[in-house]
Write a protein that binds this ligand. Structure first.
Ligand SMILES: NC(=O)c1ccc[n+]([C@@H]2O[C@H](COP(=O)([O-])OP(=O)(O)OC[C@H]3O[C@@H](n4cnc5c(N)ncnc54)[C@H](OP(=O)(O)O)[C@@H]3O)[C@@H](O)[C@H]2O)c1
Length: 419
């Protein structure tokens, strides 16, 4: 056995849902040539599934251990994760992370550190759990111009919407169920307010288009105010309410990114993505539309993506960010218009919202559930009033694809459909 290669020595930082899931998979696959030799966690008092001598409570000890070949960072603290991952990259180390919030905030800096110090950073688990979407965009589609990448990127909100439309559950009961099943973040606003899928959209934009967007540039509207009337409105039209992230190239070369509820019909491959599952449609210029679907969260699915990254690092894989070279100079598109549906039980509130969004009073409609409004709204207005809409409890959904508004002649505006 003298000729057996030494196993790759892994330092695991975080032993919660994902860390434990990753560790379990490794225990069940002993022939992979991987060994978790050190584990760092935070609290000494928590009950663990392994003896206490397997753990350290100081992640810096792993940073300072030169015998570790790869660091796997799966903690739930984005600021601390950035400190650890950036320090590891400064040492030229190979690192795997699942922390989408950290990546969305610091991706350009982390990529620079990787390039400057010769390390490598992979993060497939950060977007859509087990679905290999980052590697698909970065590798397979590295030179294919993409028309759009659209997806259901958050399993918790999708679970809530599925329960509401299938079972007629109300929002609070469906959310409590998602939390009990462990799909939802401790702070439900991250999932239900679409902050989590916004981080993922930022990461997808980097690989699909080579642009590093600021999270604030991406409009995110959530489902905290969704009700039975909205689900019924969609169902009456053969549609479902889904939270869809869209990152797409506009005719002027700019990139538009937003995450909002959308009324989706069966013509979309995302229509059948239910419960905690995620799905992504990649629309290539030459390849046409392709659909990837699977489990977007959970210890084992996410641990499986972490494992795939560790094995890829052993083979020498690094992301290419090939599209960065041709990335549009002006990145986030502002000049967009969305065809929206708005509902609030109080018609007075709804009337005020119409003024915020520059919609005429004729946008108001009624159905058996009460009053709602529909009409075209500039993206800028939705971004400007996002927090107020949220605080007022107004449910907002897109009714169709994003429209690019282009000046055609002397102040005249025309809308052209994308995708
Ligand atoms: N859960 C999912 O399905 C999923 C899917 C995709 C991506 N992610 C991402 O994966 C990461 C981990 O998520 P999770 O669900 O596994 O979180 P979690 O269950 O809350 O576990 C977090 C772990 O990190 C440890 N930790 C926190 N701060 C630490 C520090 N300063 N030093 C060392 N250890 C520290 C905690 O220690 P204690 O055990 O002592 O508390 C715990 O073991 C997050 O970035 C999350 O966004 C999660």
């Amino acid at each position: 056995m003298d000729n057996q290669p030494q196993p790759l020595r892994l330092g695991l930082i975080g032993f919660g849902c994902v860390g434990q899931g990753f560790y379990d998979i490794l225990q069940q696959q002993p022939g992979l040539g991987l060994a978790v030799t050190r584990i760092a966690v935070k609290s000494p008092d928590k009950p663990r599934t392994l003896p206490a001598d397997h753990f350290t409570y100081h992640a810096d000890e792993l940073l300072n251990d030169p015998t570790l070949d790869v660091l796997v960072e799966v903690i739930d603290d984005a600021a601390e994760a950035f400190r650890l991952v950036s320090a590891a990259l400064r040492q030229g180390r190979r690192v795997v992370t699942a922390n989408k919030a950290m990546l969305a905030r610091h991706l350009p800096e982390l990529v620079q550190l990787e390039q400057n110090f010769g390390g490598a950073l992979l993060y497939e688990a950060a977007v859509c759990g087990s679905i290999p979407v980052i590697r698909t965009l970065d590798g397979y589609f590295s030179h294919e111009p993409l028309r759009a990448v659209q997806g259901i990127l958050n399993g918790s909100s999708n679970y809530v919407l599925t329960r509401m439309s299938e079972e007629g559950s109300d929002y609070a009961a469906a959310l409590a169920e998602a939390q009990a099943l462990g799909f939802a973040e401790t702070d439900p606003a991250l999932d239900m307010g679409a902050f989590d899928p916004r981080s993922k959209a930022v990461i997808l934009a980097a690989h699909a288009y080579g642009v590093f967007l600021e999270a604030d540039e991406v409009l995110n509207l959530g489902i905290e105010a969704v009700g039975a009337a909205d689900v019924a409105y969609a169902a009456a039209r053969g549609q479902k309410v889904k939270v869809v992230a869209s990152v797409q190239r506009l005719p002027n070369g700019r990139v538009a990114a937003l995450v909002t509820p959308q009324m989706l019909g069966p013509e979309s491959p995302l229509f059948i993505v239910e419960h905690e599952f995620n799905g992504v449609v990649v629309e290539g210029e030459y390849a046409g539309p392709q659909f990837l679907g699977g489990r977007g969260a959970g210890g084992h699915p996410t641990g499986s993506a972490v494992l795939a990254d560790v094995l890829a690092l052993r083979r020498g894989l690094r992301y290419g960010y090939a599209k960065q070279a041709t990335a549009p100079a002006l990145q986030a598109a502002e000049e967009l218009e969305l065809d929206v549906y708005l509902r609030h039980p109080d018609v007075g509130v709804l009337r005020e919202v119409l003024t915020w969004l520059e919609l005429p009073a004729t946008a108001l409609r009624t159905d058996v559930h009460g009053v709602y409004a529909t009409g075209p709204v500039p993206l800028l207005r939705l971004r400007q009033w996002r927090d107020e809409l949220r605080t007022a409890g107004v449910f907002v959904a897109r009714r169709g694809e994003v429209q690019a508004v282009e000046a055609v002649a002397e102040g005249q505006l025309a809308a052209s459909t994308l995708a």
